[in-house]
Design a protein around this ligand. Structure first.
Ligand code: TNX
Length: 513
């Protein structure tokens, strides 16, 4: 019997002392298995397997709620057509020898996204506190199956799962990716493909950068020119595009079905040229600035923050977007504002905080906003030479997206044709080898809500370009956000990534490195 063990007693040591030096033994899953992100505790017995066959039935409790049932149906569609039965409610019954997969809720599981996965040759059990945990248990089980599970049309697939016990929960509650759909538009079907693939790696936040100098990407019904005029442009002079509110709602709902929260961002008071082209009253002289389709920022015109006439427009934008966004967050941007005085800038940010809060949302902003008088509930996103530690010192929460580690638009190395390089080249190893809790002085583990990898799109044009820059580095980030620091090691991860690449290929992802 071949037993592969991993990270046995690490869990206790890790939660007691998260920033301890990495002295713990590095977990190994054996050469044939790749789970990313690495679970907190995993033991496999590869000599015994559960094999999905036509007798396999998926069970949920009699009283299971709709989201538990939805996870069971998601699993069933993954195993179709081998599993022909509908999901059943109630206690597993049926003929001896029939295989069962049970999904159940147990409030005693400590973490809202945690789960336990037990696999024997006759049954698989996933137990979690919430449906999100069940969904993540399903993703772990999926990664323990052969890559053929990804080929829906493969009728004769032989789907096996090694026996084992997995007990898992994430390090951080915010594990995000940002898509800049403003510099180059990404159509809804491609956003959904991202959602599908990211959720396989337990990423749970999708931050959509919906407006910038070069384009406006969401219809605002009370201010139609934003999309009708601002949506016509993008970097390089292409045709742009925008999401109707129905398309946006559909993306948000699709993300929710994968336990992913969408965070809309309308960047202000800079990065707003497309809006000022659409509504010239947003500028101080009331004259529309020229359309801007270059990389970088236009140098001349800025939002007229001291004028009362700009606020009804801003309030309409925040109100409409908040109304179609069920998630708790609204991102105001707030970065790179050289042409306002400090007082003008800070006053604007504080005013935005009131508007966002009045619409029932938690404000998120790039860490340039940290010196403003912010509520502790406001979330600040670190990216560069900002003053993020000010917010941490007030008890506020921080998302870590440091440019030299997290920026998916940076070139991998000097041979990468796409991408920028202001924050340096970022190989997957560079993206992996850091600890969010020690990266910035004054930002301890207790202040960190999580991590997010942004994909700015000045140089990425086609959907396959977006994938080329995102994968595999966003999967690296999935592990940075989920797996405890003491369990992480590049050599172990790179082995798992090598195996895991075949799954990306099966999913039709154009990985770039
Ligand atoms: C900085 S990160 C920006 C973006 C650019 C990006 C390019 C941030 C808050 N602002 O506007 O797209 O660099 O890497």
């Amino acid at each position: 019997m071949k037993v592969v063990r991993a990270s046995l007693v690490l869990v206790f040591a890790i939660s007691a002392c998260r920033t301890a030096p990495i002295t713990a033994p590095v977990p190994q899953l054996g050469s044939n298995f790749s789970v990313i992100p690495l679970p907190a505790s995993i033991q496999l017995d590869t000599s015994r397997t559960f094999r999905v066959d036509t007798s396999t039935t998926i069970y949920v409790a009699e009283a299971a709620d709709s989201s538990t049932l939805a996870v069971a149906q998601y699993l069933r569609s993954m195993l179709t057509p081998i599993v022909g039965h509908e999901v059943r409610r109630g206690v597993a019954t049926g003929p001896m020898g029939a295989k069962r997969i049970e999904l159940s809720i147990d409030p005693a599981i400590p973490n809202v996204e945690g789960y336990k996965l037990d696999i024997t040759p006759g049954s698989i059990s996933i137990v979690a506190k919430t449906a999100a945990g069940l969904f993540y248990g399903v993703q772990t089980m999926r990664q323990l199956m052969p890559v053929s599970v990804e080929y829906q049309a493969g009728v004769a697939r032989r789907l096996t799962v090694p026996a084992g016990h997995i007990n898992d929960s994430p390090r951080y509650e915010w594990r995000g990716m940002q898509l800049d759909v403003a510099r180059h538009f990404l159509p809804p079907r491609d956003v959904k493909k991202f959602i599908d693939v990211l959720s396989l790696y337990k990423i749970n936040r999708l931050h959509l950068h919906l407006a910038d100098d070069q384009g406006w990407r969401i219809d605002i019904l009370s201010r139609p020119n934003l999309a009708k005029i601002g949506g016509l442009t993008q970097v390089g002079g292409g045709v742009g595009g925008y999401y109707t509110q129905d398309e946006y709602k559909d993306i948000v709902a699709y993300a929710a079905s994968r336990f992913m929260t969408v965070i809309p961002e309308i960047d202000m008071p800079a990065h707003l040229n497309a809006a000022m082209v659409s509504y010239p009253e947003l500028t101080c002289d009331g004259v529309a600035p020229p359309v801007y389709t270059f990389i970088g920022a236009p140098r001349t015109v800025v939002l007229c923050v001291d004028s009362a006439r700009v606020y009804p427009v801003i309030e309409d934008i925040v109100r409409e977007i908040s109304a179609i966004t069920p998630g708790a967050y609204y991102h105001i941007g707030g970065d790179e504002v050289p042409r306002l005085t400090r007082t003008q800038y800070l006053t604007f940010i504080e005013r935005m905080q009131s508007i966002v809060n009045a619409n029932g949302k938690t404000m998120v902003g790039w860490a340039d906003i940290a010196p403003a008088n912010l509520a502790t509930s406001t979330i600040v996103q670190h990216w560069s030479t900002d003053s993020v530690q000010i917010h941490a010192s007030r008890g506020g929460k921080v998302i870590m997206s440091p440019g030299p580690k997290a920026y998916l638009d940076m070139k991998y190395d000097s041979t990468t044709i796409l991408g920028l390089k202001w924050a340096g080249f970022i190989t997957p190893q560079i993206a992996y080898d850091w600890d969010p809790a020690t990266y910035r002085a004054g930002v301890p583990e207790s202040a960190i809500l999580g991590v997010e990898a942004p994909l700015w799109s000045e140089t990425v044009v086609r959907p396959e370009d977006f994938e080329f820059m995102a994968f595999p580095r966003v999967i690296v980030f999935a592990e940075v956000g989920w797996t405890s620091q003491a369990q992480r090691s590049w050599s172990d991860f790179s082995n798992r990534l090598q195996i895991g690449r075949t799954r990306l290929t099966a999913l039709g992802v154009n990985a770039g490195y």
